[in-house]
Design a protein around this ligand. Structure first.
Ligand SMILES: [Ca+2]
Length: 284
């Protein structure tokens, strides 16, 4: 019987796929705007909306900021008839349906107690939901909420509502907003790095059962002498799959068993004092 020994080995570095936290919304820190009083779409990335009898002064200022060199100052003049009459809306950004996002904004008011409402919605004005309400402090403070983009959503807008009835007591009080940041929940600030396995391991082959090829994966925390063999149910070595000195890392070895009969076999890894054995099934 002609005996084929067929294998290939590759080293794959194990990358940690780490998402760096990056806001997905347009300039939430107002840094792209010029200073002074603003109307309509004067602030890049934002729309100022006043409705009914709601009126307010929106102004980009430099004298009271949380982040960077600019913030938005709002002074309510008349509230209008409902909470939607005075808004500043962060313009549409892309979202992925089913993904959870973290919403964060910094705000303060010259007098504590001003009420803000935050929502997230589609560009067609159907809101995903009211995210939350904040009663502002007179110190800069962060307000955070999580939301999940619903099925079918691909874009969202982020209105901040200022004309709550409770704000009647705060007419002309200066309200400051800065650093609206919307990012994927769970994202962390970590440099991408190249990680080596921390231990020896022998991973279940795939596919299994197989015919006639399958892939066996193992990891080495340091360069090691490796002996990977195929053993039959009687304990007899029927194939040396991989023998030699291997670098630290994750290795994939292809086993071609085209010359072996169907049945149950085992593959056994010895490396640097580590021994493990797993079962595999050849089904022709
Ligand atoms: Ca800013």
């Amino acid at each position: 019987m002609q005996r084929f020994i067929h294998f290939s080995v590759s080293i794959i570095f194990v990358f940690a796929f780490i998402v760096t936290a990056q806001p997905i919304n347009p300039d939430g820190s107002f840094e792209d705007a010029t200073t002074g009083e603003k109307f309509g779409t004067d602030i890049p990335g934002w729309s100022i909306i006043t409705g009914g009898t709601g009126t307010a002064i929106f102004e980009i200022v430099e004298d009271d900021v949380y982040d960077g060199s600019k913030s938005l100052k709002v002074q309510l003049l008349t509230l209008g008839t409902n909470a939607w009459d005075i808004q500043i809306v962060n313009e549409p950004f892309n979202v992925e349906a089913g993904t959870e996002y973290k919403y964060s904004i910094w705000a303060r008011a010259d007098v504590a107690g001003v009420i803000l409402n935050f929502t997230i919605g589609a560009p067609d004005y159907s809101e995903f939901g009211r995210l939350g309400q904040a009663s502002l402090s007179d110190q800069w403070q962060e307000y955070t909420f999580n939301f999940t983009a619903p099925a079918g959503a691909s874009e969202a807008r982020a209105p901040i509502h200022l004309s709550e009835a409770a704000n009647n007591a705060y007419i002309e009080v200066a309200i400051y907003l800065d650093n609206l940041s919307i990012e994927e929940a769970g994202a962390v600030d970590v440099e991408q790095e190249n990680l080596l396995p921390s231990k020896f391991s022998l991973i279940q082959n795939y596919p299994n059962p197989f015919n006639p090829t399958t892939t066996i994966t193992f990891t080495l925390p340091s360069r090691s002498d490796v002996h990977l063999s195929l053993v039959d149910v009687l304990g007899k070595v029927v194939r040396e799959i991989a023998v030699g000195s291997y670098e630290a890392g994750l290795h994939k070895v292809e086993l071609n068993a085209s010359d072996l009969p169907s049945g149950v076999y085992f593959y056994r890894l010895e490396a640097g004092g580590f021994v493990d054995i797993k079962k595999l099934i050849l089904m022709k």
